[in-house]
Design a protein around this ligand. Structure first.
Ligand code: GTP
Length: 247
């Protein structure tokens, strides 16, 4: 199984790659780790495949590029080798139960650069986990945004994408988060009460969400406590073994 962790900087991708990998290994699975982040300084796991062996954003910055330009340039330089990466990942897949892909800190690098898109389009049925931290969820419209963003990733990468709230150990009112994220009808009804233009837009978007989105449950994960790891494992199993019913 190939699992790809995608999310904004600091959402917890790298920590989850290590923690979920350890959890799987503890359950007797063979796990391979792939680092796709040219800007990563230190990793808490030992990658079996690492883009930094070919290029790092840091060395490009030494050529005079700024931080963002260096990251884009690093993927420009990796692009001609995308087929080699696909082959290497397939090789790892052949000898592992799980291949975990840790993606660039800046999510847009993966979603907007051809390197990320072509890689994902050419891997067999990878499951993408879209990680978002509870910090981004402050008002009802934010919950709508998070659910739609997962859908946008699915649209862009062409892979089944599961939304997952990370760092659940940091919130005390998890039931409140769950009510908005799990129950789109409840969220839509709540958004109806929002007088702002933003609220109105979110309400209209959430009205059509059930029509657009495949039925997928939301995951609630903590790399600190391991909460939700059994759910992620079950969901990955369902994705591969029952052809995509992730409700
Ligand atoms: P980039 O390095 O920018 O790619 O970020 P990332 O998405 O890989 O996030 P990373 O794993 O580096 O985590 C960011 C911060 O969140 C670190 O300080 C982690 O220790 C912390 N963190 C990650 N997961 C959890 C979690 O489940 N619980 C808590 N409390 N903190 C977490």
């Amino acid at each position: 199984m190939i699992l790809t962790f995608v999310g904004t900087a600091g959402s917890g991708k790298t920590t989850l790659t290590r923690a979920f990998g350890e959890y799987l290994e503890g359950n007797g699975y063979r796990v391979s780790y792939v680092n796709l982040d040219t800007g990563a300084k230190r990793l808490p796991y030992k990658p079996d495949l690492d883009v930094r062996d070919d290029v790092t954003a840091w060395e490009i910055m030494e050529e005079g590029y700024g931080p963002n330009g260096a990251i884009v340039e690093s993927y420009d330089r990796l692009l001609p080798r995308v087929s080699e990466y696909i082959s290497s990942i397939m090789e790892l897949k052949g000898r592992s139960d799980y291949v975990l892909l840790d993606t660039p800190g800046q999510m847009e690098t993966f979603l907007f650069h051809d390197f990320g898109v072509r890689l994902m389009e050419n891997l067999p049925e990878p499951l993408t986990v879209y990680l978002f931290s509870p910090d981004i969820l402050r008002k009802p419209a934010d919950f709508c945004f998070a659910r739609f963003f997962g859908l946008m990733i699915e649209l862009r990468l062409g892979t089944t994408t599961v939304p997952a709230m990370s760092k659940v150990d940091t919130v005390s009112n998890i039931d409140e988060y769950r009510r908005y994220l799990d129950d789109i009808e409840y969220l839509t009804a709540r958004l109806r009460l929002e007088p702002s233009t933003q609220g109105l837009l979110a309400h209209r978007m959430c009205l059509v969400f059930p029509e657009l989105a495949p039925p997928t449950r939301v995951l609630y994960l903590s790399s600190k406590t391991g909460e939700g790891f059994d759910d992620l494992e079950t969901l990955a199993y369902e994705h591969y073994c029952t052809c995509g019913d992730l409700t």
